[in-house]
Design a binder for this molecule. Structure first.
Ligand code: AMP
Length: 462
C-alpha cells in the first residue's frame, strides 16, 4: 500500500454546520490525494457523513450532497493510492463501532508493520485492505477502559509514518508518529480549532496557524478546549524531505517559510552547482518545477519564461495507462509555447526524476517543437531508494537513478546535459538540521527499518 493522503478536521464551539468548511479544507488538500474523499461529522449523539471515489468536488458535487452532514466536530480525508487498492472499501474516514462508541479515522502515511498488526486483530470484519483500517480495528479490539489509553496503546504498536485524525462522539484527536514523518498542523478560528495536513487548509477556512502537532504528540480537542499529551518520547524527528521537494503545496508553510521559498532556493543552489553556460532561457515543467526555475533563472541571470502549458483539467483516472495515452503521450497534459523555445538553447527544470518517463517525454517534446539544445536540471538529488512511508515513488528496479549513472540517465532522456542538485544543498535550502529530515529515498538511511519482506518487495529486481 502506498499512500500520501490529506487529512482535515474541525472542532467548533458555536456551530454545527461544519460540512462546508471541511469540504473547503479537503479541496485545498486535493493535491495530496485524488482517488477518494470523505467527510464525517459528529453532533455528540451520532455520526453523519459519506465517502466516495474521485475528487472532492465529484464526491460532494452539490450543496445537497453536504446537507445531511452536521455536527460540531468533523473530519475529512482525501486519499491517494496506486491502482489495485483504489476501491471504495479503502476510502476514508473509516468508521468503526467500538465499546467507546463510534470512532472515525483518517490517516496519512504508511505503516511498515501492517501484516503483524493485522494478525493481532480478532473478531473484526475487514472491509478494505489499508493499514489505516488495521489501526481502527485495533482500537475496536482494545481491552483498555478509556478511549485515550486505548488509542495510545495502539499507537505504541504502530511503526512507520502516521499523521492521524480521529473523531469520537465528543472529541477530535490529532496524532503524529514518533518521527513526525508526515506533516500536520493546528489552527484556530474565533470559535473553532482546525487540524490540517498542511497550512493551506488553515488559510482556506480563515484559521490562524497555531503550531505543528509535534512528533510523538497527541492533540485532543473537546468541550474544555485543547489539551496535549506526548505519547512517545525520545525519538528523533525525521520530517519527509520529499514534502519539500515535491509533495506539499508551495503556499503551505513550515517553520514560518513557504515550501515555495524553499524550492526557489533549491533552484538558486542548483544554478550554482549545475550551471548551463550559454543557455538563453529557463523554463519549468509545470507546476512542480516552477519555483526552482525562478530561483535558477535569477541566480544564473537568464530569463525565465513559461515554456509549456499544462492542462489542469485532466483527472488522474485519465492519466492511467490506456491506448489513447500511449498514442498521444504527454501532449494531452503538456504543450509547449513554440515561440518561446524555437531555436533556443533551453534549460528545463523539474523537481525530480522517478522512472525517467516524464523527463524523456519532455525533452523530446521540446526538441520536436524546435528547441536547439535541451539542458535538464533537477532540483533534487537522484532518487535511489524506495519510500516505505507513504510517498508513491517506485520499487528500486523502477527507479532510474538506482540503475543508471547520471550519464546513463542523460542518454536515456536524450538531454544535451543533465544536472542534479546535491543532497547537501537540498538540506541547506530547507533550513532544517540534517538529522531532523528523513532522506531515505536519497541516501537509504531509513528512520524506521522496514521488515525484510516489505524490503524485498520494494527492492525487487535489484
Ligand atoms: P517520472 O516520470 O517517473 O520520472 O516521474 C517524475 C515526475 O513525476 C516529475 O515531474 C515529478 O514532478 C512527478 N512526481 C514525483 N513524485 C511523484 C509522486 N509521488 N506522485 C506523482 N508524481 C510525482
Amino acid at each position: 500500500m502506498k499512500e500520501a493522503c490529506g487529512i482535515f478536521g474541525l472542532y467548533s464551539y458555536d456551530g454545527d454546520q461544519l460540512a462546508k468548511p471541511t469540504y473547503y479544507g479537503l479541496f485545498s488538500l486535493q493535491h495530496r490525494g485524488q482517488e477518494s474523499a470523505g467527510i464525517f461529522a459528529s453532533d455528540g449523539k451520532r455520526f453523519t457523513g459519506k465517502v466516495g471515489m474521485g475528487l472532492v468536488n465529484v464526491v460532494f458535487n452539490s450543496e445537497e450532497s453536504l446537507k445531511d452532514i452536521h455536527g460540531h466536530i468533523a473530519i475529512g480525508h482525501v486519499r491517494y493510492s496506486t491502482t489495485g487498492s483504489s476501491v471504495i472499501a479503502n476510502a476514508q474516514p473509516i468508521v468503526v463501532e467500538t465499546k467507546f462508541g463510534p470512532v472515525a479515522l483518517g490517516h496519512n502515511g504508511n505503516l511498515i508493520n501492517t501484516d503483524e498488526l493485522r494478525a493481532e486483530v480478532h473478531g473484526y470484519d475487514f472491509k478494505g485492505t489499508t493499514d489505516s483500517e488495521v489501526i481502527a480495528a485495533l482500537i475496536a479490539n482494545s481491552k483498555e477502559d478509556d478511549f485515550e489509553t486505548a488509542l495510545i496503546s495502539v499507537l505504541k504498536k504502530c511503526r512507520g509514518a502516521f499523521s492521524i485524525i480521529i473523531m469520537t462522539l465528543d472529541k477530535l484527536i490529532a496524532v503524529r508518529d514518533q518521527h513526525g514523518i508526515r506533516p500536520l498542523s493546528v489552527g484556530k478560528m474565533d470559535q473553532a480549532y482546525v487540524i490540517s495536513s498542511e497550512t493551506c487548509g488553515l488559510d482556506v477556512v480563515g484559521a490562524e496557524f497555531v503550531r505543528e502537532v509535534a512528533a510523538g504528540e497527541m492533540v485532543i480537542l473537546d468541550k474544555n478546549g485543547l489539551r496535549s499529551s506526548t505519547w512517545s518520547r525520545g525519538e528523533k524527528e525525521a520530517f519527509c524531505v520529499f514534502e519539500y521537494i515535491y509533495f506539499a503545496r508551495p503556499d503551505s508553510l513550515r517553520g514560518g517559510r513557504s515550501f515555495h521559498d524553499v524550492r526557489v532556493h533549491l533552484g538558486k543552489y542548483l544554478a550554482k552547482e549545475q550551471p548551463a553556460d550559454g543557455a538563453e532561457m529557463v523554463i519549468a515543467v509545470p507546476d512542480s518545477g516552477i519555483p526552482a526555475s525562478m530561483g535558477f533563472a535569477s541566480e544564473h541571470k537568464i530569463p525565465y519564461s513559461e515554456g509549456m502549458i499544462k492542462n489542469r483539467y485532466i483527472g488522474r483516472t485519465f492519466i492511467q495507462p490506456s491506448q489513447l495515452m500511449r498514442d498521444i503521450g504527454v501532449k494531452l497534459k503538456l504543450n509547449p509555447i513554440r515561440d518561446a523555445i524555437r531555436g533556443r538553447k533551453i534549460v528545463v527544470i523539474d523537481d525530480s526524476i522517478v522512472r525517467g518517463t516524464t523527463s524523456r517525454q519532455i525533452v523530446r517534446l521540446l526538441r520536436d517543437n524546435g528547441a536547439r539544445e535541451v539542458h535538464l536540471r533537477i532540483s533534487s538529488p537522484p532518487i535511489l531508494c524506495p519510500c516505505f512511508y507513504g510517498i508513491d515513488t517506485a520499487t528500486r528496479s523502477e527507479l532510474i537513478a538506482a540503475n543508471l549513472s547520471v550519464e546513463g540517465i542523460r542518454k536515456y532522456v536524450e538531454a544535451d546535459s543533465l544536472g542534479y542538485l546535491s543532497l547537501k544543498s537540498l538540506v541547506k535550502a530547507t533550513n532544517v538540521p540534517h538529522d531532523r529530515l528523513c532522506q531515505a529515498c536519497l541516501n537509504g538511511e531509513y528512520p524506521v527499518k522496514a521488515p525484510e519482506r516489505m524490503q524485498s518487495l520494494k527492492l525487487s529486481g535489484f
